[in-house]
Ligand binder design. Structure first.
Ligand code: NAD
Length: 351
């Protein structure tokens, strides 16, 4: 056994119904007195309650998927102009992503209050999009200093968005099994993440207003983010980043659609990972476990339904070939990728 594992420093608070008080404590711990809040318009009523007692000097409400560069620059300029000394993000991965872009530009610390299962709050990965191309990078300045998980804030997340978002978290776990820095520690976290999400997401969809399922889904989300941050981006993430940037596809549903195909491609050549995923799903095989969960969640099935043009497959394949990680368990070929993306575009059963 020979590996190097790095653990990131971050405080994580789980406190259902207590986001406001927990957030106040985190801001006090930072010694911050000029807070900039990042929140998308639909989440503003929620944010007004949670951040009501904070010393807020600026509120930025324009948020967009995959963080366009010009938006990041405008938000960073607001942070500088308002002399903010901390950033609080309240919302999904797009909101956290914008806070990260500000941190990248200004070095300001972030406290994240996630309201979806994207998991970005637990990673030091940033992403920016310009001219249809998504660039990602790693920088410890973008890792939120603290996370406040409050399951009550996710009750308003509709069942279909919860399902897609949760499958994005499952994708972090599955891809961690063969990502460039995969090791026995992040694999164990990923396995625990799949187990929590598999139970939690089923409960969420069956009873969207139930707190226990929401809590378990957030627990799995955090584990998925930590595993992904540690293991790095595998083939699945590279494919989804290319598709998201090129065709502006919705992030979580894209992950939900593509994952079964990457799992089917890699499972035969990644036997320990396959067994680990199957164990976490409590299923005979990894693919059967994922298929069963996807069916229970009524998951999205095709890239076509998400708005990708069929003609885009060839362009996407070229870009994925450049980005694909060297150590993928199944060698990545042009023919293999064309077949994978065509099948995902059609929504055909994975081979
Ligand atoms: P999102 O943040 O765009 O949110 C999806 C929708 O859900 C939005 O319309 C939002 O307003 C709504 N919403 C959020 N919380 C809600 C709530 N509690 N109730 C009702 N509606 C709510 O989507 P996402 O899937 O959370 O995040 C996707 C983004 O996150 C992408 O840009 C992706 O690249 C990024 N991401 C980054 C990392 C990373 O490590 N850097 C990891 C995962 C995702």
């Amino acid at each position: 056994m020979r590996f190097v594992h790095e653990t990131h420093s971050q405080r994580v608070r789980f406190a259902t119904g207590e986001a406001a008080g927990q957030l106040e404590e985190e801001i006090a711990k930072l010694g911050a007195s000029r807070v900039m809040v990042i929140v998308a318009e639909p989440e503003m009523p929620m944010a007004n309650v949670i951040a009501g007692a904070l010393p807020v000097v600026a509120s930025h409400n324009e948020v967009a998927m995959h963080v366009p560069v010009d938006l990041a620059e405008r938000a960073s300029a607001t942070a500088t102009r308002s002399r903010a000394d901390a950033v609080v993000s309240i919302g999904g991965g797009s909101t956290t992503g914008l806070a990260k872009a500000i941190a990248l530009n200004t070095g300001l610390p972030i406290v994240a209050v996630p309201t979806t299962y994207a998991g970005s709050e637990a990673t030091n990965v940033w992403g920016l999009t310009e001219a249809d191309q998504k660039t990602t990078g790693i920088d410890d300045r973008v890792l939120p200093r603290a996370i406040v998980y409050d399951a009550a804030l996710t009750l308003s997340l509709p069942a279909d968005i919860s399902a897609a978002s949760g499958l994005n978290a499952i994708a972090h776990c599955v891809d961690s099994m063969w990502a460039p820095r995969s090791d026995p520690i992040n694999t164990a976290l990923a396995e625990a993440g799949i187990r929590a999400l598999n139970t939690g997401l089923r409960e969420v969809v069956a009873d969207p207003m139930g707190i226990p399922g929401r809590e378990l889904a957030l627990q799995g989300t955090y584990l998925s983010g930590v595993a992904f941050a540690s293991a790095g981006a595998g083939l699945h993430h590279k494919i989804c980043h290319v598709l998201g940037g090129m065709f502006n596809l919705p992030h979580a549903p894209t992950h939900a659609v593509v994952l079964p195909y990457v799992l089917a491609l890699n499972a035969p050549n990644a036997v320990p990972a396959q067994r680990c995923i199957a164990r976490a799903f409590d299923a005979p095989s990894a693919s059967e476990g994922l298929a069963d969960l996807r069916s229970a969640l009524d998951a999205p099935v095709s890239l076509r339904d998400l708005g990708m043009p069929e003609s885009g497959v060839v362009d996407a394949v070229d870009a994925v070939l450049v980005a694909a990680p060297a150590g993928n368990p199944t060698p990545v070929s042009r023919e293999g990728l064309v077949a994978l993306l065509h099948a995902a575009w059609e929504g055909e059963a994975p081979l």
